[in-house]
Write a protein that binds this ligand. Structure first.
Ligand code: NAD
Ligand code: DAU
Length: 344
């Protein structure tokens, strides 16, 4: 199959491109703008694979998207490209609307015109909003996004529904919980805590640290997306989750212990505005209908992740020495969340 992967130079996208190139005979075209979050180093070594082509470009560039779909005779699209960080969407929502909403609309429209046979929209559990102490999100839970990021993803998610209902376009939507693993940009909780701890910097826990996330190893997410691509029913939505709820504070403590650092590094900082309290996914549908389940248990996945960041210091140190320094200062320094330190 000729597959267009968007956002394939990011965290999950690069893990997915690797899965395709290692585990299938498919041809892969990776369209990625290389924003601050995109990094060609994530796929180093694959440039020479004859089944792989990288195109640097914007999913909002209609002519470019049309050209790729035609020239490469694309049969399937797996759409990861997005602005993905909630905190950045609080600072500046506009780019989230452009990339996540308009970009998705352009991909859908051009894919339909080009006769694409399968389209997977990688949405998120954040479209459901926040849970109280009990219950889980199911696919029919009403959408109630709370951050500009979540609202932009919900809009894109609903555009997919509209393209199926109106045009019978074969789109499937996945809604996954929090991913972790190699190549995650160190603005997200787990890699940020690992990198800060390794540099003996404060570990900024938002609010009371009791917010709950359901963590899934990225490789398991990629296998789920692939199952949906190959066997999902057009028009259907698939929840994907790790069956692994964890309070942020407990998770940070676990990381500190794995790294042999002091708990004194943990610093409580100002909460994220509109911070969703709890996410929990009921993934029964994909488990029963597509025979998927998370394989990597959390302790194994977390140890694997910590080892990866230990062995790939150059990868994250390079990121943290660039524009990231001003990002960190803005978000966590004076005027931001007020931690006493931060990456140098
Ligand atoms: P990421 O931020 O690591 O990567 C996003 C990629 O998209 C980057 O390579 C970036 O360069 C690219 N991109 C951004 N704007 C673009 C544009 N206009 N045109 C082309 N490429 C562009 O994100 P991630 O964590 O890998 O998430 C990937 C997808 O999965 C996103 O759609 C996100 O909403 C969704 N998702 C993420 C998680 C998670 O825990 N990380 C969970 C569920 C769903
Ligand atoms: O649930 C899926 C979503 O998971 C994806 O759609 C998003 O793209 C992805 O970024 C992620 O969103 P979160 O906001 O849950 O992830 P983040 O790593 O930013 O934060 C996880 C939790 O940790 C959250 O409760 C906020 C908290 N946190 C985060 C950071 C960066 C802290 O306490 N301190 C921090 O410095």
């Amino acid at each position: 199959m000729n597959i267009l992967v968007t956002g394939g130079a990011g965290f999950i996208g690069s893990n997915y491109v690797r899965l395709l190139l290692e585990g299938s005979g498919d041809r892969v075209v990776n369209l990625d703008l290389l924003t601050y979050a995109g990094n060609l180093a994530n796929l180093a070594g694959y440039e020479k694979d004859p089944r792989y082509r990288f195109v640097r470009g914007d999913i909002c560039d209609r002519e470019l998207v049309r050209g790729i779909l035609e020239d490469e005779k694309i049969e399937a699209v797996v759409h990861f490209a997005a602005e993905s960080h909630v905190d950045r969407s609080v600072e500046g929502p506009e780019i989230f609307i452009k990339t996540n909403v308009l970009g998705t609309e352009i991909l859908l429209e051009e894919s339909r015109a080009a006769g694409v046979e399968r389209f997977v929209m990688v949405s998120t559990d954040e479209v459901y909003g926040s849970l109280g102490d009990d219950g889980q999100f199911v696919e029919s839970t009403p959408l109630a996004p709370n951050s500009p990021y979540a609202a932009s993803k919900a809009s894109a998610d609903l555009l997919c529904r509209a393209f199926f209902k109106t045009f019978d376009f074969p789109v499937m939507v996945t809604r996954c919980s929090n991913n972790y693993g190699p190549f995650q940009f160190p603005e997200k909780l787990i890699p940020l805590m690992i990198a800060n701890a390794l540099e003996d910097k404060p570990l900024p826990v938002y609010g009371d640290g009791l917010n709950v996330r359901d963590w899934l190893y990225v490789g398991d997410h990629c296998l789920a997306v692939d199952a949906v691509l190959r066997n999902g029913v057009p028009g259907d939505i698939y929840n994907i989750g790790g069956c692994n709820e964890m309070r942020n504070l407990d998770l940070v403590r676990m990381l500190v212990d794995k790294l042999g650092k002091s708990h004194d590094l943990i610093t409580f900082v100002k909460d994220r505005p509109g911070h969703d309290r709890r996410y929990a996914i009921d993934a029964a549908k994909i488990m029963t209908e597509l025979d998927w389940k998370p394989d990597v248990d959390f302790q194994t996945g977390l140890s694997r992740t910590v080892d990866w960041y230990l062995e790939n210091r150059v990868w994250w140190e390079e990121i943290r020495s660039g524009d990231y320094t001003s990002y960190y200062e803005k978000m966590y320094g004076d005027g931001g969340r007020h931690t006493s330190g931060g990456p140098s």
